[in-house]
Design a protein around this ligand. Sequence first.
Ligand code: NI
Length: 177
Amino acid sequence: MIRPVLRMGDPRLWQKARPVRQFDTPQLHALIADLEDTMRHLDGAGLAAPQIGVDLRVVIFGVDGNPRYPDAASVPRTVLINPVLTPLSAEIEEDWEGCLSVPGLRGAVPRWMRLRYTGFDARGRSIDRSVDGFHARVVQHECDHLDGILYPLRIRDFTRFGFVDELFPGGGGGAIE
Ligand code: NI
């Protein structure tokens, strides 16, 4: 079911979400189906449960052949629950991001270039990946939602934050959304 996405200003987006305690339940599978339906409907690269008003540490991300995300082939479709992120180097990279909860805007956001993430899928099987670049950026963006952090809070240079059609008058500026 396609669910409404909360927008910045809704206090639920600033909360720290609760861990999932029981895996492979009908409720959890229904939540993931709703996240997938909503993300597909909005052409997003990722979505976190708090964005549809569900207070649980669940994110989904990944893209299949979406022309808005030319680097997306390197990001497999993933359900990630109770994630833990660990940087694998001190390198930081700044690149453009958007967010379905902050529609119409883009900002340049510093993120770790390389990281390891662990967590669980919907059935409780463990996930353990070391990734870099766009994949690492998507994971950091989505997992931030679980701690009540929207990407504008991480922007350092606010001259690189604005409306997408002003920043990229010729089009482009895909980024995460
Ligand atoms: Ni977002």
